[in-house]
Design a protein around this ligand. Sequence first.
Ligand code: PLP
Length: 611
Amino acid sequence: MPMQNYGIDIWGDQNFVIKEDRVHVNYKSSPSLLEITQQIRQSGLRGPLILRFPHLIGKQINTLYKTFNAALKENDYTGKFRAVFPLKVNQFPEAVNAIIDHGGPHSYGLEAGSKAELIIAMAKTPKGSPITVNGFKDTEMITLGFMAAHMGHDITLTIEGIGELESIIDVASSCNLKVPNIGIRIRLKSSGSGAWAKSGGMDAKFGLTTTELLEAIALLREHELLQHFSMIHFHIGSQMEDIAPLKKALREAGNIYAELKKMGAEGLRAINIGGGLAVEYSQHLSTRLKNYHLGEFASSVAFLLKEVMDAKGVAQPDIFTESGRYIVASHAVLIAPVLELFSHDYQEKSLKLKETNPPLIQELRTLNEQVTPKNCIEYMHDALDHMESVLTLFELGYIDLEDRSNAEILVHLIIKKSLYLFRGKPTPELERLQGRMQERYLINSSIFQSMPDYWGLGQHFPVMPLDRLDKPAIRSASLWDITCDSDGEVAFNPEAPLYLHDVNLDEEEYYLGFFNIGAYQETLGMQHNLFKHPSECTIMLNNEGYEIENFIESENLLTILSDLGYNDSQILIQLKNNLAQAHFSTEEEKSDTLQQLELYLYQNGYLRTTN
Ligand SMILES: *Cc1c(COP(=O)(O)O)cnc(C)c1O
């Protein structure tokens, strides 16, 4: 069935709305994505484009704090709610700056999982906002953590194993820097659900077992560092679609916390419940992913932790979260121009009819001219039947290639018209035909670069055209990217079908928007075929209109090669010399061509000509 709103009410979270024929940003002046795109392309930019909307990051941060604080209040919870953004989810400066700007009033902090991320956190986190450090750490990284504490940061180094604790002890005894807070990641019996569940559970890559935990406490006590042990941490996995595993994990972690308090861990005051808040990516009700809302999530956390602490007579800890996907997924939209529809040839104008055509072709022409809502099913059956006969005649040598091509075009046209006339009330047969008559849309972008989780995990991202939303979309669509790799395809999925418009790209433009791509995709993206991070810009909306800020074009060809270790200036000279030595009829032609070559080398690596 042609879906007109592309499930925007399922995945859109009111961030985008359809007005008349276009999708608009649902904020302040509410411009359409198409008008923003066209304005940016006026400068001559071609290729895919990432639009960032910082106000959506602000919305997520505010909602997170508001919902958690309300849940704490409702449950008379005495600990505080605190949160950090895990940098691995999006380290791009424009995303991080928006996080810092909007997070400031809440003292929202940053989480780092590597040295480079730790440096970002140390430079960007305002004093008073927390920094947490997870992942494997060497002595240098631990020392950086001590430096951050010495600078006055509220930093917690979460240890993933006893070895790291030993390094902390060494650094503490060998330097006079301030000792940071120490967190311990605990290995829970309960694990998460979904494709990312490997982060939790007894066989998880991270965290200390109960035995190691006891050993850690003994070591901390022995080296007089126990007062710095302030947090226990767990993370049961990303894109947690079911809330049940979290509840189990909270009970288990809550009891561990209470026991540690009773054992004399005086500095201990926080439970870090990791990330994992899910984002809805589905465009169809039947494939919806999440089974909870943030409100339920926050209430469960407050209620369960309070219950456990009350039962054990322990004060309620502060609650830290590290949800990243939830914060940034919605802020980025990838706009990909459609370059080509592969069955474009099946058009009326491609017909090459002869003066006299075989009778079957004549009949197909009549069917095509006279198809109506009433007769379309019957005519379609006739057309399919005629097609069989045409193919038989061709094999027997009675008709030629031109006749066969005409027949194919006519049958396609008749089926397309029938699908259009019958839209909204498709029969199973029509749906089957529609599935078989897929149109392949070639998009000017790389799935490997811009949606690597589609390639690696089959993660679907909501997609819709930016305009024509008042017109029926009847072509069952598969999307092909411009890499030379057959995996660079979003295939048509009958369980969650995508229908797009029939467009004539010789005369009009057609853009697809891919939504919720702001989490993980940008740095996970691969440079397959040397397609690099797309051009990007930040859109700041106000009541009158919007500003386009921080426009960064995708890397030009010479820079791409230089990044890879080639000597780009040498390549430039070499190509120019080779061309200069070639034969040209005039000096002018030669210098024009040389100029053209240089121009090309300074353009970005995506396709330009068609769109
Ligand atoms: C990746 C990660 C997160 C973020 O998970 P999301 O699913 O993006 O919320 C939080 N904490 C830790 C330790 C992580 O490794």
